[in-house]
Design a protein around this ligand. Structure first.
Ligand SMILES: [Zn+2]
Length: 432
C-alpha cells in the first residue's frame, strides 16, 4: 500500500544533506519546503503514547483522527528541520514508518492554483463562484450581496453571533421563507476547525443554493428555518492562509507566551472539562482552554444555540475529513438516549450519498467510532435542546487521504462534495 518503507539509517542518509535552517512552526506555510508526511501503524498503546509524546514536544503534527475499533494508521507531518531527529527517534523506539508525501509544498500550491492564495476565481460582487477557496472577507461580502439583493433577499437575512478573539464578526445567515417565527430550526456550524476548508465551502455552497435557488428546496425551506454559520472560527481561517494546518483560535496563552490557540471544539461545557481527547497544554493543538466557554468563539456559538433551543431540530457540525456520519455522545462511549433514531437518520444520509456518488460513509456515535473527546459543540447542543445532532466528516476517507490530502482538497472537488453532502443531509432530514 505504501510506496516506500524507510529504515532509520537509510532515511537519515537520504535527507541528511538537505537540511536548511527554517524557523517554521508545525502549521506554517512558509516552512513546508522539504517537509514530509509520514505514516506509522499504531499497533499498540505503547506506540500510541510514543507518538503523543512526540506531538507534545511539537516535533510532529497529527493529520488524522485515530479510529477506535481498528488498527489505526497515523499520518503525521514533520517539518524539514525535524525530519532527521524524528527518524532517529522512531528507529530507536523500533517503530516502522513510511514516507507518504515527499513534497507537501507543491500540493499546497496546487490547492491554491498558485502562490496567490484566496485571490482568484470570485466575482467582485455577485454569487459564490467556488472554484477556489474564498477569504473570510469574501464570504462576508457575498453574504451581504445575497441579503441586499431584492430578488433573493426577501427570505435571507444576516445575523451576528459574536466577535472572534481578534474582533472579526462571526456571521450567520438565516433563511426563513414565509417569515414564520416558530418553525423548527436546522443549524449548520462550519469551520470550527479552520484548516478543514472544505467544511467552510460546503456551508458557502448551501448559502448560495438557499439564496439563489430557494424554490428548488421548498421541501426544506417551507418546513424549517435554516441557520448557517459558515466560518465559526474566522481568525483561525484567516490564519490558515499562511499556517495551513491551524486548528484552534488565535488567543495567546497566558501560561506559555510562546503558544497560542484553543481548540474551540474542546471548550464547550460538556463532560469533564479538559477530559479525554483534549490537552491541558496550551502548546497542544487540542488545548481545551482555561475554562469552559473561555473563548469568544465557543461563547458565541453557545448563545446562538440558546436563541433557538426550543425549536432546534437539527444541529449539524461539518468537519473534515474521513467520510464519517456521527452523532452523540463524543464525551462518553455510552449510547445516547436517542441512539436508535440518530443511527437511523445518519444511515439514511449515508445511504443517499452512496446511491448518488458511490462514496461510503461510516456511521456511528463519535466516541465509539473515534476516541472520546470532551467539550464538543455537538454534545453541548444535544444536551441543550437539539433533538438531533450530527458531526459529518466530509470526504475523503482516511485511506484515500493518506494524511495531507484530507485537509487539502483540490478546488475542483468543492462543488461535488458540497452537492453530495447536501443531498445526504436532505435525505436524512426527510427520513422517518
Ligand atoms: Zn474538525
Amino acid at each position: 500500500m505504501f510506496g516506500l518503507l524507510i529504515t532509520g539509517v537509510f532515511f537519515i542518509g537520504v535527507v541528511g544533506g538537505q537540511q536548511n535552517a527554517s524557523d517554521a512552526s508545525l502549521s506554517s506555510a512558509q516552512g513546508y519546503e522539504g517537509s514530509k508526511v509520514f505514516s506509522s501503524v499504531i499497533a499498540n498503546d505503547r506506540i500510541y503514547h510514543d507518538f503523543l509524546e512526540l506531538r507534545s514536544q511539537r516535533k510532529i503534527a497529527f493529520l488524522n483522527d485515530l479510529m477506535r475499533e481498528k488498527t489505526s494508521t497515523l499520518y503525521f507531518l514533520v517539518l524539514q528541520e525535524d525530519v532527521v531527529m524524528v527518524g532517529e527517534r522512531l528507529q530507536a523506539l523500533g517503530i516502522p514508518f513510511y514516507v507518504v508525501e515527499e513534497d507537501l509544498q507543491s500540493l499546497l500550491a496546487r490547492e491554491n492554483g498558485g502562490p496567490q492564495m484566496f485571490s482568484n476565481g470570485l466575482l467582485e460582487d455577485g454569487p459564490f463562484d467556488l472554484i477556489s477557496y474564498p477569504s473570510y472577507a469574501q464570504i462576508l461580502k457575498h453574504i451581504d450581496f445575497y441579503v441586499k439583493d431584492p430578488l433573493r433577499g426577501k427570505h435571507v437575512s444576516k445575523f451576528i453571533i459574536g466577535e472572534s478573539y481578534q474582533g472579526r464578526p462571526i456571521v450567520g445567515v438565516r433563511f426563513n421563507r414565509g417569515h414564520s417565527e416558530d418553525k423548527a430550526v436546522i443549524f449548520f456550524e462550519c469551520g470550527i476547525h479552520p484548516r478543514e476548508w472544505i467544511s467552510i465551502t460546503t456551508c458557502a455552497w448551501m448559502i448560495h443554493e438557499f439564496s439563489s435557488n430557494a424554490a428548488k428546496y421548498r421541501d426544506i425551506l417551507d418546513v424549517y428555518e435554516v441557520r448557517i454559520v459558515p466560518s465559526a472560527n474566522p481568525d483561525g481561517y484567516e490564519y490558515t492562509k499562511t499556517h495551513r494546518f491551524w486548528r484552534g483560535n488565535l488567543r495567546p496563552s497566558e501560561k506559555n507566551p510562546r503558544c497560542k490557540g484553543v481548540d474551540i471544539n474542546r471548550n464547550f461545557d460538556v463532560g469533564e472539562f479538559c477530559g479525554p481527547g483534549t490537552s491541558q497544554d496550551p502548546c497542544n493543538e487540542e488545548y481545551c482552554g482555561d475554562s469552559p466557554f473561555s473563548e469568544p468563539e465557543s461563547h458565541a456559538l453557545k448563545n446562538a444555540i440558546l436563541v433557538v433551543q426550543d425549536r432546534l431540530h437539527y444541529y449539524i457540525s461539518l468537519h473534515a475529513y474521513g467520510q464519517l456520519w456521527m452523532y452523540p455522545h463524543s464525551y462518553t462511549t455510552e449510547d445516547a438516549k436517542d441512539h436508535e433514531r440518530f443511527h437511523r437518520k445518519a444511515s439514511a444520509g449515508a445511504r443517499a450519498i452512496r446511491e448518488m456518488s458511490g462514496k461510503n460513509y461510516t456511521v456511528g456515535p463519535i466516541a465509539q467510532t473515534l476516541y472520546a473527546v470532551t467539550g464538543s459543540s455537538v454534545d453541548w447542543a444535544y444536551e441543550h435542546g437539539a433533538r438531533n445532532a450530527f458531526v459529518i466528516e466530509l470526504p475523503p476517507t482516511q485511506a484515500e487521504a493518506r494524511g495531507a490530502m484530507g485537509f487539502i482538497v483540490m478546488p475542483d472537488k468543492i462543488q461535488s462534495i458540497a452537492q453530495s453532502t447536501f443531498h445526504g443531509i436532505r435525505a436524512m432530514i426527510k427520513s422517518d
